[in-house]
Design a protein around this ligand. Structure first.
Ligand code: DAT
Ligand code: MG
Length: 132
């Protein structure tokens, strides 16, 4: 639907409805990546993602989840097309630099985890102020 939302870090005509710089704690990231707990790379993933701040964003628009994933590229940057974030800027699976929700349901969970204060409600009507 046209109000579908995802948690991604890039723009393509979507509406930005939340953004913040967060230096997440390992505990926060363990919740975010809970599905992967127990995998051999899990401790390294948490350390990597907690090593510095990330820019968290919520973008809204048609097919935001699927289009967001397409823009990120494949989990392994080696399999990511040029023009995708991972295909252009990452080399290794364990250091693939970005995250995007993989389903509408998970997106809503992740938005709640990263933006418990809620997103910003607004309409894009700046022009009437700029050209008044
Ligand atoms: P994605 O981020 O494409 O949704 P995922 O949810 O399966 O991929 O895994 C989350 C992150 O965990 C992934 O972006 C990088 C890391 N990861 C996944 N599989 C890995 C592996 N085999 N070795 C090292 N890191 C891995
Ligand atoms: Mg994932």
């Amino acid at each position: 639907s046209v109000t579908e939302r995802t948690y991604i870090m890039v723009k393509r005509g979507f509406k930005l409805i939340a953004l913040k710089l967060v230096h997440a704690t390992p505990e926060h990231l363990e919740k975010h990546y809970a599905d992967l707990a127990g995998r051999p790379f899990f401790p390294g993933l948490i350390k990597y993602m907690a090593s510095g701040p990330v820019v968290g964003m919520v973008w809204q628009g048609l097919d935001a989840v699927k289009t967001g994933r397409a823009m990120l590229g494949a989990t392994n940057p080696l399999a990511s097309n040029p023009g995708t974030i991972r295909g252009d800027f990452a080399l290794a699976t364990g250091r693939n630099i970005c995250h995007g929700s993989d389903s509408v349901e998970n997106a809503e969970k992740e938005i709640q985890l990263w933006f418990p204060e809620g997103v910003v409600q607004y309409t894009n009507d700046n022009e009437k102020w700029i050209f008044e």
